[in-house]
Design a protein around this ligand. Structure first.
Ligand code: HEC
Length: 152
């Protein structure tokens, strides 16, 4: 039915219409991406971490605690810890231990972009736990750290 309707449209008009669409599609696509992504950027750190904490809690044995979070953050594993790169203050710039690159503060109170992207949090938890502890962090460890960090 659709095609019989289309075939009644003069072919010139059809091609004009489709070229308009193909010219406009990058703009449309950009608009769609902006609309889809903007809630991620405008969302407060607490919303993202609340959602993640709820999910992690389903896999963790103990309720999350800030004191366990800071203990894991500072835990020494053969000379490595989260502070190796993020330094002793999450309110100050860090410095990558290997590359020397500056890492912006981890505390959301100082750096509001922190803990707003689930993708970023998961990516860096994975990488950094492996680098620091030689394994992935457990849901318990991640939850404890997230809870503590989200309040900094
Ligand atoms: C080898 C250096 C290094 C170590 C050690 C390290 N990190 Fe990171 N971390 C980084 C870098 C680099 C980034 C990303 C840079 C940026 O976002 O400015 C990052 C970002 C993060 C983020 C993303 C935060 C956000 O929302 O932007 C989290 C969470 C994180 N690290 C947790 C940890 C934890 C937990 C540990 C300890 C288990 C740890 N890091 C140890 C280098 C390190």
């Amino acid at each position: 039915m659709q095609s019989s309707k289309n075939s009644s449209v003069p072919s010139q008009m059809q091609s004009r219409a489709s070229s308009w669409i193909s010219n406009a599609s990058p703009i449309l696509a950009t608009a769609v991406i902006v609309v889809v992504l903007s809630p991620v950027y405008s969302r407060a750190a607490s919303d993202t971490t609340q959602a993640m904490l709820q999910e992690l809690a389903a896999e963790a044995a103990e309720p999350f605690s800030t004191s366990a979070g800071i203990a894991t953050w500072n835990r020494d594993a053969n000379g490595r810890s989260c502070t190796s790169c993020h330094t002793n203050s999450v309110h100050a710039n860090g410095r990558h231990e290997r590359t020397g690159k500056i890492i912006e503060p981890m505390a959301p109170s100082v750096n509001p972009q922190r803990l707003t992207s689930r993708k970023k949090i998961n990516k860096w938890f994975f990488r950094n736990c492996k680098w620091t502890f030689g394994r992935e962090c457990t849901a318990q460890e991640k939850g404890d750290i997230l809870l503590w960090l989200s309040q900094q």
